[in-house]
Every structure is written in C-alpha cells, then in structure tokens.
Write a protein that binds this ligand. Structure first.
Ligand code: ADP
Ligand code: MG
Length: 665
C-alpha cells in the first residue's frame, strides 16, 4: 500500500505558519508589510497581552473587494506577483502569498476592508483556518485586521512564547523598524490601550529618527551617503567611534526598504571602522542599501528577513567605502585611507563590466523617499550636529516614547506578575537607548547580557574642551609638560592640547604593526626562562589559528603537551610581564562567533592588542624628548585623533574659548 499522501491545505498552512509566524512580532510584521504594500499613509497597531490576546492593524490603504478579501486567505494567493519572471524583481514587501493563510491557521482572525469605489465593506471571520463568516460591514476606506488568541490551536507553539514584556519588546522593535523605513507614513502603537509610539508623517529619515530616538541619539550620528548606483547606494547614519556597543543590536539595516538581518552588511559596516574600533565592539547604524531590483534575491527565507545579493563582494565594498568616507569626512580617519586599497576598486569595476542596470529599485516610493530625503539637507557637514530644531517646532507632540514605554513595561510587569527578571531585561535594554536605539534581534536578552551590551560611556569633554579634529592639527605642536604623568599638555597656534599618552602611543604602534608586510616578522626578544601558559578549552580550539599570526608579530610559542603552551620569545616592544595578558586577550577575542574572522581582521585584532599592551602606560613620567617623539610620530599615523579602540587621542581647548572664558571677547 502506498504511504505518501499530499497534505491538506489546512496542514500545509500550519506548517508554513511554523516558519512565518514565530511570535506575535512576526504576525505584526506581515500585517504591517501588507499595509505598506497597500499604499497606506497611516498605520495603527494595537496590542493587548503582548500580542497573544490581540493584535490589531488598521490602515488607510487600498482595501480589498469582497472576492479578494476571501482569496487573501488562500495559500499562495497574492496580488503582487504573477509570473516566474516577477520573482527576479520584487518591488513589494510581500510576494509569497502565504502570510494571511498561515496566520489564519493558528489564530482567530477578523478582516474588515473596503476599497474606495465600493459602497459596502466586507467582514471575513476565520478561526484556525476555517471560514466562519463573511458579510457586509461598514468600514472606512482601508483595512483592519484583528488577530486574536494566537496559537490557540497549537499548544506546543504557545509554550514557546516568552513573557508579555518580552513579546511587547519585540513588537515595539518591529514597529520602530518600519517607522524608520517609512518616514512618510504615520505610525502609532498602543500597548494595552496606552500609546507607546506616535510618529506623525515626517519629511525625512532624520526627522523620523528624531521622533523615535530623540535628540541625543541624532547628535552622535554621522551621515552616510555613498555607494554606487549600479551596485548599491548606501545612505543613512552611523555612530562616531566613541559610541561603542558590544552587540549589533543598534544596527538597523534595510535593503530596498526591507528590514533585514544581514551578516554581509553588518560585517562590511564593521570593516568601515577598521582600525578605529576593535573587534567585538560595534557601531550603531541606520543604513539603507538601495540596489537595482535584479541585484538582490529576497526569496530566500519565508519570513523574508534575509536577502542574497548577486554580487555580494561589490555590495560589501560599497557599504564599507561609504562608511569609511563618512568617518573620514568627520575627521575620525584619514581621508586618504578612505578609499581602501587592496584591489577593491578593481573588483568593483570588473564586476561592473556587466551591462549597466537601467531600473533602480523603487521598492516603494516611500523607502526611496526615506533615503532620498537624506540628500535634501543643507550643506552637508558630517561632523556638525544635525539640525532639527525646525522640525521640532513642526512636530510639537513628539514625546520621546521610551519613558512611556518603560512605564508601560513596569505597569505590565506589575499587572501580570511577570517575572521581575524579565522587566529588568527590558528596562536595562531601554536604559541603554539613552544613547542606543532599541535592541533588536530575537536573541534573548538576559539581564547580564543587557548590562554588558554597552561599554561604559566614554564621556566626551563638553563644550569648551572638544576632541581635536584631524584638519586642525599641524606639525607646530609644542609639548610643555605632563598632567598627572598621563596626559601631555601641548600648545599650538589654536590653543591648548591635551594628548593621552597611552592611546597616542597605541595608535603609533598599531599603525607600525599594520604597516608590516604580511609574512615579515616583528622583532622579538627571547625570554631568559620560557614562561608557560595554560589554555582554556575554548582557547585551545582557536590556538592553532592564531598561533601563526602571533608568531608573525614576534611571539615564539611552543605547544607542550595538552593545553600548555610555552612562551619562548615575545615581541620586542612588549614588556615581558604583559605577554600572558595579551595572549589571553587575543585568544578570547577570537573565540566564539568570531572564529570565521578574515585573516586581515585577525591581524588587526592582534595588532590592536599588541599596541595596547606595549604602549606607554598612564602614570608614567616622560622626558621632553619622548613627548616630542610621541607627538611627531602620532601626526604621521593614519588617524592621529582616534585610537584603535575608538577613543579620542587629543582634546583641544581653543584660545578663542579661553578668551571667552575670561570675558576678553
Ligand atoms: P503577500 O503579501 O505575500 O501577497 P499575504 O498573505 O500577506 O501575501 O496577503 C495576500 C494578499 O492580500 C495580498 O497580496 C494583498 O492583495 C491582500 N492584502 C493583504 N493585506 C492587505 C491590506 N492591508 N490591504 C490591502 N490588501 C491586502
Ligand atoms: Mg504579505
């Protein structure tokens, strides 16, 4: 007897739901995408019980005629594509035609909709995939979908839902993403009847980012505007190197208006910060990548959160260069190094030898508008604080939502008796948003991780004393002494300079190590008696990978039995007492997710670590000649104002400000 049978639509939908509907936020994602695809200018999202009890999305988009309202719930029913060719140039967010069918198979769904030309609207009720009711219903032009009791018929899935506070957190993130991608659409989000996000139509991304994150966040951002139209335009904002995080949570990446989790772009972004941010530390970013539609395949993942680029290397180059350029314009790296060599330009031009692409992506008029609006600014100055006072006047009601959200979460936690730890997670996540945007991805944030995920803020000196910019530096810097045996006090034609001796030396050494040709060893010093070093199991796993590189930098290491390593020689610059610390640091850094590090990046990592451990410490007296030497060498480096870990190297107090301070001008 044959055993194979074709599954009923009902079972097939539930299987698809397993991929499409992971949690309430994924339902919200599909519904909001549908509203955007329907051309809505206003989208309201209402949530009760973390989206388990109710998820309601109302839009003023095209709406549906009755036949479409019924068909919408069929599997593979879509109005967005029809021919196989359409798959190669998808201009809408949806196209698989399975979201509504999947959602309706695992919840109680009510759809109300009306098109502009129909007098009567339609109501459709479906529960667990079974049609319950279809009738006329009054509804304004547009669509409202209510999703109640998510997973009511799939107890196994229900168990995987996290607390109300956690699900609410993901929902808020989701709305934040779409609000950023579509500044021209008004978004509201209400949680158990209380408004958590209200974003009125904004004229551009900057204004929308202000509505959502507030002024502090914007103040610390640099504008990005680069890339190549044929491959990928790259626009948006990235953070200054001093704003450092230990996760990618503050990176909002969009491809043709679609919010994606893309490792390629994330990595290219980090490469842009090469030599000013170490590995394991990430910038914040709002990056919009626009490619010709044919250049990207969005049909990779049922939830459409991943994309595949036809020419990934070229996209990666475009992102890295655009970011680098932005950092260079803001004076964080030398403009000359902005166009990183290593044959990239060549690679781009060879890849471009294909026929040029005529139609650039117009994902939705709006996403492009979001990106284009970046161009409409006044004279572009990357370093200058973003000017939005004007918009503040135009949009007076914009309370920054996080405070309210925090209260909501607190109230929720109290009301629902949610585990205290859960609300702590969320609250610490939000506290982080003072300077960081919402944490995003689906990883669980435990309290410890949340508290670790941002490095201690590097309070930059305020107003009077500021970080010196590269342009303002001349060879005419004269050291006059040391403060606290840690900072060189110097003067130049513009005023007073304070140079952090440790980070200055770190920058010098880092550049020196990076300049060594691959394969040429740094000088070493032999230890009188070899030291031994015991590897942890995790370190053992990466030791071989790192050992050759470490040897290029002057280490002589010998693997003894098991997990013990003998250190026979160390780099000449490195005080012998520092060898073990450095070894442990490098091995730990390469551990875990970073095991797939490119060789180049690994070298950077080692160079940064070696520079740090070998550099002159604070609280070290320096002779005048040594200060002179440090300054001269520093000025020759690629980024005299930023150390390899992203910290400022030089602070300036301008004579003008001194005069002002003494009321002389
Ligand atoms: P897809 O978005 O992949 O086409 P869905 O299952 O999400 O598939 O939706 C099916 C169809 O229902 C869509 O193609 C669209 O025509 C229609 N639809 C869904 N939501 C809306 C809405 N909010 N407004 C207008 N039409 C909608
Ligand atoms: Mg859809």
């Amino acid at each position: 007897m044959s055993k194979i049978r074709v599954l009923s639509d009902h079972v097939a939908n539930q299987i698809a739901a397993g991929e499409v509907v992971e949690r309430p936020a994924s339902v919200a994602k599909e519904l909001v995408e549908n509203s955007i695809d329907a051309g809505a200018s206003r989208i309201a999202i209402e949530i009760e019980g973390g989206g388990r009890r109710l998820l309601k999305v109302t839009d003023d988009g095209d709406g549906m005629v009755r036949d479409d309202a019924l068909l919408a719930f069929e599997r593979h029913a879509t109005s967005k594509i029809s021919r196989p060719e359409d798959l190669s140039a998808i201009a809408t967010l949806g196209f698989r035609g399975e979201a509504l069918a999947s959602i309706a198979s695992v919840a109680r769904v009510e759809l109300n909709t009306r098109t502009e030309n129909d007098a009567a609207g339609t109501k459709v009720v479906i529960e667990g995939g079974r049609m319950r009711d279809v009738k006329d219903a009054a509804h304004p032009h547009g669509t409202t979908i209510l999703v109640r009791d998510l997973f009511f018929n799939v107890p196994a899935r229900r168990k995987f839902l996290r607390s109300e506070a956690t699900e609410t957190f993901h929902l808020t993130n989701l709305v934040t993403h779409y609000a950023l991608a579509h500044p021209e659409i008004a978004f509201t989000l209400s949680l158990n009847g209380r408004e958590a996000v209200r974003a009125t139509p904004a004229k551009d991304l900057r204004e929308r980012a202000y509505q959502i994150f507030g002024q502090d966040f914007l103040d610390n951002l640099l504008e990005v505007n680069g890339g190549y139209a044929e491959v990928a335009r790259v626009r948006g904002y990235v953070s200054a190197p001093r704003d450092r995080r230990t996760s990618r949570d503050a990176q909002y990446l969009f491809v043709n208006g679609r919010f994606v989790r893309d490792r390629l772009i994330g990595r290219a972004l980090s490469e842009g910060y090469r030599s000013i941010l170490p590995h394991g530390v990430y910038p914040a970013a709002l990056l919009f990548i626009e490619t010709p539609l044919e250049e990207v395949d969005v049909n990779v993942h049922p939830a459409k959160t991943e994309v595949r680029f036809r020419r990934p290397a070229a996209v990666s180059d475009a992102v890295r260069e655009a970011v680098r350029l932005s950092l260079a314009s803001a004076g964080f790296v030398d403009g000359k190094t902005a166009t990183i060599a290593s044959g990239n330009a060549e690679r781009i031009s060879t890849e471009l030898s294909d026929p040029p692409f005529s139609n650039m992506a117009r994902p939705t008029a709006s996403a492009t508008a979001a990106a284009e609006s970046l161009e409409s600014d006044q004279p572009r100055s990357h370093a200058a604080p973003l000017r939005i006072e004007q918009s503040r006047m135009d949009f007076p009601v914009q309370e920054i939502p996080e405070e309210r959200f925090v209260q909501d979460v607190q109230a929720l936690a109290e009301a629902t008796g949610a585990l205290a730890i859960e609300s702590v997670e969320i609250l610490s996540g939000l506290a982080e948003r003072k300077s960081a945007p919402l944490a995003t991805t689906g990883e669980s944030l435990n309290a410890e991780a949340a508290s670790k995920s941002v490095l201690p803020p590097l309070a930059s000196a305020d107003k009077l004393v500021g970080e010196a910019t590269i342009d303002s530096l001349t060879p005419n810097i004269r050291p006059i002494g040391q403060l606290e045996e840690s900072f060189i006090v110097a003067i130049d034609d513009d005023g007073l300079l304070l140079i952090d001796q440790h980070v200055a030396h770190e920058r010098i050494l880092f550049d020196k190590y990076r300049a060594l040709e691959a394969g040429r060893r740094t000088e070493s010093q032999n230890l009188l008696a070899p030291e031994t070093f015991d590897l942890t199991p995790a370190q053992t796993a990466v030791f071989e990978l790192v050992a050759t590189e470490l040897e290029n930098y002057g280490f002589d290491l010998m693997r003894l039995s098991g997990r013990t390593v003998a250190i026979k020689a160390t780099p000449a610059d490195l005080p012998p007492g520092e060898a073990r610390n450095m070894l442990a640091e490098v091995l730990d850094a390469v551990d875990g997710e970073k095991r797939g590090l490119a060789r180049e990046t690994l070298r950077d990592e080692i160079a940064a670590s070696l520079a740090c451990h070998a550099a002159i410490k604070v609280n070290t007296p320096l002779a005048p000649e040594k200060m002179r030497w440090l300054i001269d060498r520093l000025l020759l480096t690629s980024s005299p104002t930023t150390c390899p870990h992203g910290r400022p190297v030089i602070l300036r107090l301008a004579t003008r400000d001194i005069l002002k301070g003494f009321h002389r001008i």
